[in-house]
Design a protein around this ligand. Structure first.
Ligand SMILES: C[S@@+](CC[C@H](N)C(=O)[O-])C[C@H]1O[C@@H](n2cnc3c(N)ncnc32)[C@H](O)[C@@H]1O
Length: 358
């Protein structure tokens, strides 16, 4: 194995140097509330999925779409028992690096695996230009020396090789670094882009986001009425290689509204006759307007779209989040007294349903 040299700085690790030199990062940015040895926390086997089934399918599809190499050599960095690699990829080798022996040994796609603590030693135990693809799924939030790790990934990738970092909003809080815990989802995207940029050897990072989709009905958190786990991917290639272009599969944000504005206007004008939601065309439900000292409604009932998969509601989570109101969406509502289309905010999918009177 060639001597890894990418990490030598005058000031210890690259991450330490960034923390010293850059006011963007506070000194304790990569500290955790549980600073005990990671191998202790990860000794416990966790044969669980960290995402709901729709989010997992999104991850698998994204990997399948972006990995265009034939029979690629893949590293699953911070791997467990499932690498989310679709069988259609037919990899030549898949190496898993993580901390739990039982999980890694039961991962069916791994051809090899190793136990290695990245936070103790960010130098990856592989030669230069070994891998066509490095995956890191729902784990970047646990890296305490991310700048070093990203630079190392560029060393072990072949020129033109892909580093695909996928993350969501769930985490083991005690092991996630402070800057991650304290950031919004949008800030986390910027943070991961920063890790790529400072490694200096990647092309401009691309973003994929899939948010605001309805949560699968059989999911264990479905009763909370929250959307499916968001999926963000930030990815880039190691500079210096020329490959076939990867598909620009960069956004599945569900607020990309598919309906022609003229058609929407026509449907809204027809609501008084159809009593159908102009966004999903399902029948509106008669809804008793709650009368309490805090509401100002001068009508007894309105008509509301209670379709949990209506694109208007589904996109609303993302639209509200972008306006700084995470955790809120809205349902299409029709005031038949005034012949007005409006929207009523909802904090989850259950809200307002107790007022349905038809
Ligand atoms: C939330 S799990 C995600 C596992 C897998 N990538 C997936 O998609 O299901 C986090 C993983 O990161 C690994 N990990 C956590 N800290 C690590 C460290 N310091 N060094 C190497 N791996 C680590 C753990 O072994 C664990 O499997």
């Amino acid at each position: 194995m060639e001597e890894p040299h990418a990490l030598k700085t005058n000031n210890g690790s690259l991450t330490e140097q960034v923390l010293c030199d850059d006011p963007l990062f506070r000194e304790d940015a990569f500290s955790r509330s549980d600073e005990s040895d990671d191998s202790i926390f990860y000794t416990t086997d966790r044969f669980v999925q960290h995402l709901d089934s729709l989010a997992l399918a999104t991850v698998e599809k994204l990997i399948g779409d972006l990995v265009i190499e034939e029979n690629p050599v893949i590293l699953d960095l911070m791997a467990s028992w499932d690498s989310h690699i679709p069988s259609s990829l037919r990899p030549e080798r898949v190496v898993g690096l993580g901390l739990n022996r039982n999980e890694l040994s039961k991962n069916p796609v791994l051809t090899e695996w190793c136990l290695h603590d990245l936070n103790k030693n960010p130098i990856l135990p592989f030669s230069d230009s070994t891998f066509d693809v490095v995956l890191n799924v729902v784990s970047v939030d646990y890296m305490t020396k991310p700048f070093d790790v990203f630079r190392e990934v560029s060393r072990i990738l072949t020129p033109g090789g892909l580093f695909l970092v996928i993350f969501s909003s769930r985490m083991f809080e005690q092991k996630a670094v402070k800057i991650w815990r304290q950031s919004s989802e949008e800030e986390r995207v910027l943070l991961v882009e920063e890790f790529f940029k400072r490694a200096k050897s990647f092309t401009r990072p691309q973003l994929f986001a899939s948010t605001g989709k309805p949560r699968p009905k059989d999911d264990k958190y479905a009763h909370l009425g929250i959307p499916s786990d968001p999926i963000y991917a930030v990815y880039a290639e190691k500079k210096g290689g020329k490959r076939q272009e990867r598909p620009r599969h960069t956004s599945a944000v569900s607020h990309e509204y598919p309906l022609d504005p003229e058609e929407l206007r026509r449907r809204k004008a027809a609501v008084k006759h159809t009593l159908r939601c102009p966004h999903c065309e399902l029948t509106l439900r008669k809804w008793e307007v709650p009368q309490n000292p805090f509401t100002q409604w001068d009508v007894d009932f309105m008509y509301v779209c209670f379709n949990d998969e209506c694109p208007y509601l589904v996109q609303g989570w993302e639209v509200m989040k972008q306006q700084g109101n995470s955790g809120i969406s809205y349902r299409f509502t029709y005031n038949s007294y005034r012949d007005r289309c409006l929207s009523v905010p909802v904090p989850n999918l259950h809200a307002l349903k107790e007022g349905i009177i038809d």
